[in-house]
Design a protein around this ligand. Structure first.
Ligand code: IPE
Ligand code: IPE
Ligand code: MG
Length: 257
C-alpha cells in the first residue's frame, strides 16, 4: 500500500489504508473468533492446533486495530457454554491462555495496550487468574487501545449479574428501584465505562450471536465472513471495515437527506 494514498487518524500510529475513511472508523470493534476447529480439520490437524493458530490471528487483529487508531477491541475467547467441550480441549485452551498471556504481557505493556478480562473469572485455573490480575493491574494506566478478552463470558450471565447487583443495592436501601435506568443498568455490566461496539465481526459464516454482548450489541453493525478465524488477516479486517463504512446507521431514526 502506498503511503501517499493513505491517511492517518488522530490516534493512529500507522496510515489507514486507502479506501477507508479515517474519520469514520468504528471506535469499538467486537469479534466472535469462530472456526478454529474447522480450520484444523481442513488440514487434518487436531482441533487444538486451530486454537494455537487463532492466537496469531488475534495478535494480528489487535496490532492492526491499534495501528489504525481504533479505540477498543473486544474478543470472545471462551464462552460460558464452551465448558461443555471435551475436557482435553478445555484444558488445552486454559493452558494456551496462560502461556500466551505470560509471553505477551511485556509487549502489551510497552505498546500501551490496556487489557481487561470480561467474564466470571473464578472458575478459571488459579495460575491463569493470577496472571490475569497481574496483566490487568500492570496495563491499567496504559493510554492505547482497550483490549477486552471475554473469558468464561456469557451475555445472559452478565445480565443476571447486573440485575442481582442492582437488586442487592435496592434491598440494602441504597437505591430506589424507580431510579434504575439504562445508564445505571449498563454501569453494572462487565463492560462498564466502555462504549458499545460499533461493529461486530463473526468469522466462519455462522449467523448467530452465541450469547455474546447481548445488551451492548443493540445497534452494532454486523459483519459476517466465511473466513475461518485462524485465516483472519489484514485483508479480512479491511473487508469488515469497508462493509461497516458502507452502512447507514440510523439508530431507529430516519436518513438525514
Ligand atoms: C472458536 O473456534 C474458538 C472457541 C470457541 C474457543 P471453534 O473451536 O468453535 O471452532 P469450530 O467452530 O469448531 O470450527
Ligand atoms: C462462540 O463460538 C464462542 C467463542 C468464539 C468463544 P462457538 O463455537 O462456541 O459458538 P457456537 O457453538 O457455534 O454457537
Ligand atoms: Mg465454533
Amino acid at each position: 500500500m502506498s503511503r501517499a494514498l493513505a491517511t492517518t487518524t488522530a490516534n493512529a500510529s500507522q496510515p489507514v489504508p486507502a479506501g477507508l475513511d479515517p474519520a469514520r472508523l468504528p471506535a469499538h470493534v467486537a469479534v466472535i473468533m469462530d472456526g478454529n476447529g474447522r480450520w484444523a480439520k481442513q488440514r487434518n490437524l487436531p482441533r487444538v492446533m486451530g486454537h494455537r493458530e487463532g492466537v496469531e490471528a488475534l495478535k494480528r487483529t489487535l496490532r492492526l486495530c491499534s495501528d489504525w487508531g481504533i479505540g477498543a477491541l473486544t474478543a470472545y475467547a471462551f464462552s460460558t457454554e464452551n465448558w461443555s467441550r471435551p475436557g482435553e480441549e478445555v484444558s488445552f485452551l486454559m493452558t494456551l491462555f496462560e502461556r500466551v498471556l505470560a509471553r505477551e504481557l511485556q509487549a502489551l505493556e510497552q505498546e500501551q495496550v490496556r487489557i481487561r478480562f470480561l467474564g466470571d473469572l473464578e472458575p478459571l485455573p488459579e495460575g491463569l487468574q493470577r496472571l490475569i490480575a497481574d496483566a490487568t493491574a500492570r496495563t491499567a494506566a496504559n493510554t492505547g487501545i482497550h483490549f477486552n478478552v471475554c473469558t468464561n463470558y456469557g451475555g445472559r450471565a452478565e445480565l443476571v449479574r447486573a440485575a442481582r447487583r442492582l437488586a442487592e443495592r435496592c434491598a440494602a436501601g441504597e437505591l430506589d428501584p424507580a431510579a434504575i435506568d439504562e445508564q445505571s443498568f449498563s454501569a453494572e455490566l462487565l463492560t462498564a465505562g466502555e462504549r458499545d461496539p460499533d461493529l461486530l465481526i463473526r468469522t466462519s459464516g455462522e449467523r448467530r450471536i452465541s450469547n455474546f454482548l447481548l445488551w451492548q450489541l443493540a445497534y452494532a453493525e454486523i459483519h459476517i465472513t466465511d473466513v475461518l478465524w485462524p485465516d483472519f488477516d489484514e485483508a479480512a479486517l479491511l473487508g469488515a471495515l469497508r462493509d461497516y463504512q458502507s452502512r447507514q446507521r440510523r439508530f431507529g431514526g430516519v436518513d438525514p437527506c
